[in-house]
Design a protein around this ligand. Structure first.
Ligand code: NAD
Ligand code: UD1
Length: 366
């Protein structure tokens, strides 16, 4: 081969290799991607140039969510129906794709149900995560972004809550998240090639601005925002406010509500951060919250204003296990990831209301 031709072949191969490397760096396995936060994150990942493969057993979601994500991004999204506890099924997925990393949303999340069915929660959340980690190790995929929760901080002594605050939990759901965090910490200590980022979400609310995807609880909602929106749309008669005697601005509980699309961007920021790193990160927990506290009554008033109607409510006793106030220090996310929440409580109410009005029965509305 003549020298110029050799160089030509060399450059073509190099370009092909670079493109391949870029593709590899962009492919993400999203467990639980058909769920509430996962579906919004898949859109944000696509917009940021990532290629997504969803892996979900649809135990708490609907395939209609996947269809809608596909139509919002204008192309079919790769979806595999499977369970994170099924090692063989996961092996097939990892054998068929070269992933840069995994965003792990798959898990059960209802506190009351976890008290009634602790084995189901530990099996699904903890055993499922351990199976996933084992298969990741087998395929040398060692970057994970995990859905943790502010629930791991228990009843915080100091507000705002930073990532070094003490951790404790009072129910099996929270305990499953905390146990997974301990597993991730031990894994990072045992092998320094892992990068494991638990994102500790505060209170995710809101919906995609299109009104096409949103939170779709199976039953009567446990959480405040979906309860308010179902009262507003006429599915429920009135809201019960759990406690009016907390030491807060108006006696009702205070939480750090964060728009689900901001939260989705937080996952993109975490992946971008992982991509920039030359070395593994070990165990790196990061709060995703707005840093602001809003009371239950303040949220009810904001929703009333957006929906232009009264939200009937009554005060009832405190809910067992509830805390008075909880809001994040979001400094670490800003410093490391360059991320901060940008959407307001009004945005959260407007987008929830749009989703709820267009889809009064969630994904079963059509
Ligand atoms: P979601 O229930 O809407 O989504 C979870 C998804 O995981 C569902 O699509 C479900 O079908 C799937 N799944 C559950 N078990 C599975 C399994 N064994 N194998 C495969 N798929 C499985 O919940 P979400 O609100 O989107 O929450 C996502 C994650 O974030 C969960 O791990 C949750 O615990 C955590 N989290 C949620 C909140 C919140 O308020 N929504 C707050 C903190 C943390
Ligand atoms: C709850 C869970 C928490 C979980 C989080 C996200 C409990 C004790 N905690 O958090 O583990 O990580 O959801 O899924 O369940 N409220 C009412 N009326 C209602 C519903 C809620 O007044 O019908 C109040 C609550 O008392 C609380 C606030 O609204 O003060 C927010 O409640 P919720 O949306 O359930 O979230 P958390 O309690 O923060």
């Amino acid at each position: 081969m003549k020298a110029p031709l050799q160089w030509g072949v060399f450059f073509c191969l190099k370009i092909a290799l670079d493109i391949n490397m870029e593709n590899y760096k962009n492919k993400i396995l999203v467990t639980g991607g058909a769920g509430y936060i996962g579906s919004h994150t898949c859109i944000a990942l696509h917009e940021a140039g990532y290629e997504v493969v969803i892996y979900d057993n649809l135990s708490n979601s609907s395939f209609e969510a996947v269809n809608r994500v596909s139509s919002l991004i204008g192309q079919p999204i790769d979806f595999i129906e499977g369970d994170i506890r099924d090692a063989d099924s996961l092996r097939q997925v990892f054998a068929a794709h070269q992933f840069f990393g995994v965003i792990h949303f798959a898990g059960l999340k209802a506190v009351g149900e976890s008290v009634a069915k602790p084995l189901m929660y530990y099996d699904n959340n903890v055993s499922g995560t351990i199976t996933l980690l084992k298969i990741m190790a087998e395929y040398e995929v060692k970057k994970l972004v995990f859905s943790s929760s502010a629930t791991v901080y228990g009843d915080p002594e100091i507000l705002p809550i930073n990532e070094d605050s003490p951790r404790s939990c009072t129910n099996p759901y929270g305990q499953s998240k905390l146990t997974i965090e301990h597993v991730l910490e031990d894994l990072a200590l045992s092998d320094n090639s892992w990068s494991l980022i638990p994102l500790r979400y505060f209170n995710p609310v809101g919906a995609h601005p299109s009104g096409q995807i949103g939170e779709d609880p199976n039953d009567i909602p446990n959480n405040l925002m979906p309860y308010i929106s179902q009262v507003a749309v006429g599915k429920l008669d009135q809201l019960s406010i759990f406690g009016d005697d907390y030491a807060t601005v108006d006696g009702t509980g205070v939480r750090d509500f964060i728009h689900v699309t901001d939260l989705a961007q937080g996952h993109v920021a975490a992946l971008n951060y992982l991509k920039q790193q030359k070395q593994s990160l070990g165990f790196l927990p990061i709060n995703l919250g707005s840093g602001k506290g809003t009371s239950v009554l303040e949220l009810v008033r904001a929703f009333s204003a957006v929906a232009a109607q009264d939200i009937p409510f009554q005060f009832v006793g405190r809910r067992a296990g509830d805390i008075a106030s909880c809001y994040a220090s979001a400094d670490k996310a800003q410093e490391l990831l360059g991320w901060k929440a940008s959407l307001s409580i009004t945005d959260m109410c407007q987008d929830t209301w749009r989703w709820q009005s267009i889809n009064p029965n969630g994904y079963n509305s059509i």
